[in-house]
Design a protein around this ligand. Structure first.
Ligand code: XIL
Length: 329
């Protein structure tokens, strides 16, 4: 059984994020991708900071290697992420301040031109909402908001559509699933943003729901289902773009942790996949071995064990999370 096979039998896509430092060194990872995934998304290589560390010197080498890895197995590549306040080159802030919108126009146009016909599905704007920042409409107080004003979101989509009218453009956001104050606020702000974009006629096709869940944070199936219905009701498609299930709060044995991670996956996927607007699921990696939650800069667990957040363990054995995905499709 493969996740991509089970998903595609239901008209859905399954895929995962990957980085070249992983595919370069690991034949098991490459094989697992080719067997399990219909789509890949570059974890780092397509971000602005990876492409244009020095202004005007764009290097698509890493990103192109992800695309050729994908096409060698006939997998699609998703584009991620054109406009994001993180992983930005250092020069961008001063340039935005001095020259304004030209800076994002140049970036988005070049990115879309480079991948025209090769990448259809794109995260054009990522994580533009942050209720805690206290700005109107809960927009994140990023360098884009500061120097371009609130209209930069709609503009980014328009610039992308003008450069490549064939793309499917997504607004991608995290923190939309739990039933605690931060996620409740972010869900409502995202709905407002999607309503505004629709009213302005911005070329936005879908909402990317990242899906970085944490076991132990409250999850209410009904509330989440209602949110999906509201997004779909506005005419947007929905893609789960970065699913992983953080087990940092759990102190149980590994097998009990795996069971609780899978239980949360089942709860989340049951709701997500019963909404017809949902097109598929991408996990943020395949194996715990390469998860960002286990990276040296971001060790999310403090007891020395790995975070068991992905469908495969660090030896590429399927975990209960894998079976939760398989059963949900
Ligand atoms: C993370 C990657 O996994 C890391 O390797 C990188 O250093 C930072 O970004 N939301 C996103 C992703 O949209 O791009 C992030 O990926 C995880 C959170």
């Amino acid at each position: 059984r493969s996740l991509k096979g089970l998903a595609s039998a239901k008209g859905l896509v399954y895929g995962a994020a990957v980085a070249t430092w992983q595919t370069d060194r690991d034949a098991t990872l490459r094989r697992t991708f080719s067997r399990q995934c219909a789509a890949v998304v570059p974890e780092w290589e397509m971000k602005w900071g990876a492409i244009e560390g020095t202004r005007g010197q764009r290097t698509y080498t890493g990103a192109d290697r992800v695309v050729s890895f994908a096409s060698s197995f006939s997998l699609q590549t998703r584009g991620h992420a054109a406009i994001w306040h993180r992983n930005l080159p250092r020069w961008v802030e001063a340039a935005l301040k001095a020259e304004g919108e030209k800076i994002i126009i140049d970036h988005i146009r070049d990115l879309m031109a480079h991948y025209k016909g090769k990448i259809v599905s794109w995260d054009i704007v990522n994580e533009a909402i942050e209720p805690k920042d206290g700005q109107p409409d809960s927009l994140r107080n990023s360098v884009f908001l500061k120097y371009l004003g609130p209209d930069y979101i709609a503009r980014a989509f328009t610039i992308a559509a003008e450069a490549d009218p064939g793309i499917q453009a997504y607004y991608n956001e995290y923190g939309l699933y739990h039933n605690d104050a931060p996620d409740v606020a972010r869900r409502s702000a995202v709905l407002t943003l999607l309503e505004n974009l629709k009213r302005q006629g911005a070329p936005v096709h879908g909402l990317g729901i990242q899906g970085h869940l944490t076991v132990g944070r409250p999850f209410d199936p009904g509330t989440f289902a209602t949110f999906l219905r509201q997004v779909a009701g506005l005419g947007y498609k929905i893609l789960i773009t970065e699913l992983d299930i953080d087990d940092r709060r759990l102190t149980q044995t590994v097998s009990e942790r795996d069971r609780l991670v899978a239980e949360m996956a089942t709860q989340f996927l049951t709701i997500a996949l019963s909404e017809r607007a949902v097109e598929g699921v991408l996990t943020w990696g395949l194996s715990d071995r390469y998860s960002w939650l286990n990276s040296s800069t971001f060790q999310s667990r403090t007891d020395g064990t790995m975070n068991r957040c992905l469908p495969y363990d660090d030896k590429f054995e399927r975990k209960p999370f894998w079976f939760a995905l398989a059963d949900a499709f």
